[in-house]
Every structure is written in C-alpha cells, then in structure tokens.
Design a protein around this ligand. Structure first.
Ligand code: DGJ
Length: 694
C-alpha cells in the first residue's frame, strides 16, 4: 500500500509519500505539478537503483530518518531513557489530518511507548511552508536531538549558502560546495547569535538573485540551532534543522521543535526573500497597530553613552525633532548606578542622581516635540556589582567561576521568581510613564545552551506584551545577535548591527533582506566618524543607507554642519513621504554586474512604482559604470524613471548619461534586459532612482 499527501499553491507542490505504514518522505518539492499527476507514481519515481555494495532496498529519507532502517545518514531524532540507554524509534503510521493547506501526520512506536507528529502548513499567499515536529512518550526521556520535519535538497545544486557573522559584521553569506558528508552548523551560544543566523539557501545550478530555482529555509528559534545539510553515500541530500543538540536539560514526556519555514522559488533568491519578508511582516509580527507608519527614531546611545544629563538629552531631542525624528529612545545608562558597563544591570530603578525628578520631565519634553518615548532594558542580565546579585546570587545562570561577558552574567530565566521580579520592575516603569517602546538588549552569550532559558525569555516577553499591548519591542543583542522568527513573533524591530558604518550596513542590509522586510530592520544615520570602524563617511551616503530600511539617527546631531543638516532633513522627509508604500514593498536584490555596486529594487505591492538603491561600496575595477538590470517589472509597460539625488553627481562625471538632467520614459523590457547606466561616482555614493508605471 502506498499513501500520498499533497500540498499546492500557485507556485509549488509538496508531495509526501509512504510505503505501507512507514514514516512519510517528501518525494517531490518544486514547481507546481498538474492536478492529475499520479502521486503514487511520484513515490515510485523516487526509487533509486540498487547495485553492488548497497542494501537490498534503499532506506527512505523520511521526515525523521530512523537508525532502525539502516539509514546511512544522521537520524531525525536521538533519545535516551532516564537510565541513559539509547532508544531507537521505529514508528508506524497512526493517522493523517488534512485541511485545505495543512497536513498533520501521526505515528506511534508501541514497543518504545512513543508518539511522533509532523505538521506542514502551506501559506498560499506567502508560499511559506511552516513545519514542526512533536515527540511524546509514555515515560520521561532525555532528548539529544529532534529535527523539524526533514526536507530533501536538490541534487542539481553545486553549493549551499548559509550565514555567519560577528559583532559589527552580521549576515555574511557563506558558500559551501556540496560534497559527500555533512555541512554541520551548531550554535551552542544559547542565543541566535551574530555568528549563526539560522538560515540556508540551496540554489540550483545557475540560480542568481533574480532567476533560477532556489530552496530557502529558516528555523525560528532564539536559543541556538543545529543545521545538518548532508549528502548521503547514494547522492540524496537532506536538510535538518532543530534546536542545538542536548539543550533540553531535563527528562520530559513531550518535546517539540520550533517552526521551520521553508520555501521554493523559481525566480532566484528573490522568490525566497519576498516570501520570507511578507510572511514575517504579515503573519508573524503582532503589530499593536499595523496601519501606523514606522516612526523615524532617534537613539541616544552613540551621542552620550552612559553620560546622561537631562538638559543635554532635551537638547538632543530638540535637534532630532527638527531633523524629522518621531520617536526618542533613551538607551543604556538611566537606571541603578549605571555609569559604565560594569554595574547595575537588573537594578531597574531610575537613577536619582541623573534624573532627580524621575524620567517624566524628559518624557514630557520629548512629547512636547511630537515624539514618542522608548527606553532600553537588558532584562535577562545581571552585573555581579548590582543590588539584585547581592540579594540573590543564586538567580544567576552558570557557576561562580564562569567567564563573564561584558562584566555580566545571565539570569536564570527558567526560574519563575526571576521572571516575576523582572515583570514587576519593567511593569513598574511602563505603568508609571508614557512609554510605548522598549529596546530589549541581550549582550552576552549564555554559559551553556538551555532551551528552558529561551522559553523563559519568551514567557516574560509574552506576559509583558499581554499587560502592555501597545508597547512595541526592538530585539537587540549587541546589534544583531537575536534575530529570528521566534523572537520576532513577540517583537517588532531588530537592531541589525552595532555598526552604523554605512558601507558595512549596505552589505548587511542587502543580505538580511533575504529574510527581513523594511519595517522591522532598524537602520540609523551614525556619526560622521563611525565609532565602530573609524571610517569617515559623508552624510549623503549615511542618510540614504538608513533610508533603505526603518530609518533613524544615532549620533550627536549638534555635530552636523549646515549642509549636513539640510541633506539629512531632505532625505528624512523623502523617507517619511515614501515609507507607507515602501513598508509594503518587496525588497529585491539586483544582480549587479559590478562587484563594487550593491543594488536593490523596492517594488510596490501593486507594482505601480519602485525605487532602486544602487550603493557603491568600493571603487570599480572598470572605468565606466556597467548597466544595472532591474527585475520583476512588466516588460510591456512604460516606466517614468528619475534620479532622486541628481545633486550628488560630482564634477568627475562629465558625460551625458540617461538620467543626468531629467526624467525619462522607457519600457520594463528595456530596464530588465539592458538596464540603467548610472553616472560615474566616487565610492560611498548611493544612487536613488524612482520609477513609476505609466
Ligand atoms: C548594545 C547595543 O547593541 C547598543 O545599541 C547599545 O544599546 C548598548 N548595548 C548599550 O549598552
């Protein structure tokens, strides 16, 4: 007997099949198949031949590959009894539940007293397949590893792309050639981390940003993940994602993976990117008010650090408001005795030395400038030099002799008393002040990975969200150390990086947009001399790079010259005029013919307009700018295109290129097949081109 199940949307088909009552396998995942395709034949179509040196039948690459089937690769789960003895599951089909876009497959292993369920939900609008697995047992077990339902990877692919990074260098793309064996990523830091964004792209041969077949994956979990991309000896390939192994510290009778978000695209990396961006924005984030435009931020950190003086902060707010800021975020330094990063974390009481009349005078001043007020917390952390640590040293996670990170320890978030304390302290601040935003930081890795810690953080955020539904939260962890769809189901913005260096940001934003839409991606105009790279960057480039995402300022605006003030005010006004449609637009990565140019096109939801940002990150190797091809336009339509920042053309550009003097009208076909030749420019220049469909 062969069983089959099928999920379709307009773009893709996913077929699962099983022989007899064995675990199902994904036997097809790719472009949509015809309605009348016989799925039983598709199951047979996946059979590979048997020759010398092979088993008599090839073990199935199931949604949870089993060692008991002599599976030649990594199994989908690794468990032990409380006595430490390994348990090798052997699941049998129990039942399937089908909904129009969903499937739940249930299995039992009666001899070991286990139940396993895998669920798949295909979103017909965003094309994301959300899948999860759950393991239940009659007696308590130790879990070493539980993969979300295992997906196959195509053999017509030469490489995979995953993500790594560092502080001030998030979202670096790594390309690794497929070869026999495993590409194994395991994040044991206890938080999502700069180093290990949990994402994977598998492009088929020839795929680029704009064309070809690409498979995309993201595991939505903030405690550190494990990824296995494995080529089996017979050539088949599997992709497994789950929590980092052995992070369930206690035996239990129920374990669940987090959600794995998968998508197939037949139009390049952009097909995956658009799906992830839309799914995150429209399905995952829980906005207090989705129609409210993203306000321009001003963040105090790089202007004053810990040195809070109320009159100076008021002055900064006034300058920021004149530039166009709409939300003032008071960063680290307002509580306890926090004059540097050595003390006071967890003592969430306003510092009376800096704020003798509390925060209200500053908040009222900010409101008077028509800005809302946000505030920084780092709830999961404690300094040994703090009132809390002196009172409850046992509330800290990890041993006494542990290595500190930024002079701090993590609190044990699995402890209810810790969560209650934090809830009380944070609620007290929110209840007594008109605050609508929290910047929620997490500046160190954990002493060891522990799922209970992440669940504890989630529980605290959920409780605060319930109590203060109108407060938005920004997820920050020394910049982009906690970015994933798990934390983003409870928060509303990420601080992508502590680097405000526009050259570095340009690349990071470009790569992060494979997963993140504009509305969640914080991007600030930093100081003229960047504090984390030492690079001096002109205001035009800094402003336009910030205007690519959720714009803000993070510097002392009193350093701005008259010209810089004018430029920044102009770009901010442009952003405010355009943010509504840009907030719903798709960010499309362009295939740049010049390695020095990083370019994207933001295409409106109704295709009526677009804006291209072409940023020059370096000096080009050739002398003349190469034509930049656009994407996803209507080939038959005419578009009016114009250079927004014509004033930025410099004196070394002497020719008469298309957009040099005024707007022009050309077809979508021309823009996509020939492309635009932009004026010659210095490195650290951004060209901004607006297009309107006629
Ligand atoms: C790290 C963050 O990434 C910064 O933006 C800032 O909030 C500091 N922490 C404050 O300590």
């Amino acid at each position: 007997m062969t069983q089959t199940w099928r999920l379709d949307d307009t773009r893709q088909t996913l077929v699962l099949g099983a022989r007899g009552d064995r675990l199902a396998e994904v036997v097809y995942w790719g472009p949509r198949l015809p309605e009348d395709e016989d799925c039983a034949t598709i199951v047979r179509g996946g059979d590979i031949d048997v020759t010398g040196g092979m088993l008599d039948v090839n073990p199935e690459l199931s949604i949870s590959p089993e060692a008991t089937r002599t599976f030649p690769g990594q199994p989908g789960m690794v468990i032990r009894g409380e006595d430490g003895m390994p348990i090798l599951p052997k699941f049998r089909f129990a039942r399937a539940e089908e909904t129009p876009n969903g499937l739940s497959l249930h299995y039992v292993d009666t001899s070991n007293g286990l139940r396993y369920a895998a669920t798949f939900e295909l979103d017909p609008q965003t094309h994301i397949i959300a899948s999860r697995s759950v393991l239940e047992a009659d007696r308590s077990l130790h879990l070493h590893w539980l993969a979300a339902p295992v997906m196959p990877a195509p053999q017509m692919s030469d490489e995979m792309i995953d993500f790594s990074g560092r502080w001030c260098g998030e979202f670096q793309m790594n390309r690794t050639a497929w070869s026999a064996g495993i590409r194994y990523r395991e994040n044991r830091t206890g938080r999502t981390g700069h180093e290990h964004f949990p994402g994977l792209l598998v492009p088929c041969r020839g795929a680029t940003n704009t064309q070809g077949q690409v498979y995309g994956f993201h595991y939505g979990w903030s405690g550190g993940h494990r990824m296995i991309a494995e080529e089996l000896p017979d050539g088949r390939r599997q992709v497994q994602f789950g929590h980092a192994s052995r992070m369930e510290s206690k035996p239990r009778t129920r374990f669940a993976s987090s959600t794995l978000y998968s998508v197939f695209s037949s139009d390049g990396i952009n097909g995956c990117a658009v799906s992830f961006q839309r799914h995150l924005r429209d399905r995952i984030i829980t906005w207090p008010d989705a129609s409210r435009p993203r306000p321009v931020h001003y963040n105090s950190w790089e202007a004053v650090y810990f040195n809070h003086k109320i009159d100076e902060l008021k002055d900064l707010a006034a300058h920021a408001a004149l530039l166009g800021a709409e939300r003032f975020v008071l960063d680290d330094g307002w509580f306890g005795m926090r004059d540097n990063d050595e003390s006071s974390l967890a003592d969430w009481v306003v510092d009376p030395r800096k704020y003798p009349d509390g925060l209200d005078p500053l908040i009222e001043h900010v409101h008077g400038l028509d800005m809302t007020f946000g505030i920084w917390f780092e709830p999961e952390m404690v300094n040994p030099d703090s009132e809390l640590h002196r009172a409850h040293p046992d509330w800290a996670l990890g041993g006494e002799d542990q290595i500190l990170g930024r002079q701090q320890k993590a609190l044990d978030m699995s402890n209810e008393a810790v969560r209650d304390y934090l809830f009380d302290r944070i609620s007290h601040v929110l209840e007594n002040h008109a605050i609508d935003y929290i910047k929620w930081d997490h500046n160190r890795v954990l002493p060891q990975p522990d799922a209970a810690q992440t669940m504890g953080s989630y529980a605290l955020i959920d409780r605060l969200r319930e109590a203060f539904p109108n407060v938005e939260i920004e997820s920050c962890a020394s910049g982009g150390g906690r970015i994933d769809f798990g934390i983003l189901s409870r928060t509303h913005r990420v601080w992508l990086s502590d680097s405000n260096d526009a050259v570095e940001r340009l690349r990071m934003q470009h790569n992060a947009a494979i997963f993140l839409p504009l509305v969640v991606t914080g991007s600030h105009v930093g100081p003229r001399v960047c504090h984390t790279s030492g690079r001096t960057i002109n205001i035009r480039f800094r402003a336009w790079v910030a205007a690519q995402r959720h714009m803000g300022f993070e510097m002392d605006p009193r350093e701005l010259t008259e010209d810089e003030t004018a430029v920044l005010s102009r770009v901010t006004a442009w952003w405010r005029e355009n943010r509504k449609w840009m907030g719903r637009a798709d960010i499309l990565r362009l295939d740049s013919p010049d390695d020095a140019v990083i370019a994207e096109q933001q295409l409106a939801e109704d295709d009526s307009r677009f804006v291209v940002f072409a940023g020059k990150a370096d000096t080009s190797s050739q002398i003349a700018p190469r034509p930049l091809r656009l994407t996803r336009l209507d080939p038959a339509a005419m578009y009016r295109i114009d250079l927004v920042n014509r004033d930025d053309i410099n004196h070394l550009s002497r020719g008469d290129t298309l957009l040099k003097t005024d707007a022009k009208t050309v077809s979508g076909s021309y823009l996509m097949n020939h492309g635009l030749i932009l004026p010659w420019s210095f490195p650290e220049t951004m060209w901004v081109i607006e297009g309107t469909k006629l």
